[in-house]
Design a protein around this ligand. Sequence first.
Ligand code: HEC
Length: 121
Amino acid sequence: MAFLALLVLSVRAAETVPAPKKAEEQFKNIQVLKGIPAEDLFPAMQFIAASLNQDCEFCHVERAPEKDDKKEKQIARKMIAMTLAIDRDNFARTPRTSRTRRRGITGGRSRASPLPRSRRT
Ligand code: HEC
């Protein structure tokens, strides 16, 4: 009987495992990266910082990454929005053969992407 109760409890627990959190649910001021998994945000930020050879404080007020005080952050946000719009408007409907997927339509797509895996086309 106790075993049965335990079984029922564990099935219940499995059912209530929440869906992975979205970035805008975990962080305070997400405007352009809405919809990406929260766990992808830090890797994306690390990629952006490394690509620019800059620290997080290049764009962020120390210990307050949600603030929009620095113009570098605002510019970066515009550039992210622009990139997402270009992807959406031009490449969303590209037929995806193994060739386009592997090489991109330009034939030489970089393996590196600043976008989290969920946003890559
Ligand atoms: C080139 C500018 C830039 C750099 C460098 C950068 N970020 Fe960001 N970061 C942004 C932008 C822009 C946003 C807001 C994205 C949005 O609006 O969807 C953001 C958002 C964030 C957030 C969410 C804050 C909140 O609560 O809303 C965190 C956390 C964060 N960054 C951490 C980091 C860390 C850690 C680093 C260093 C590894 C870093 N960032 C480097 C531009 C940058």
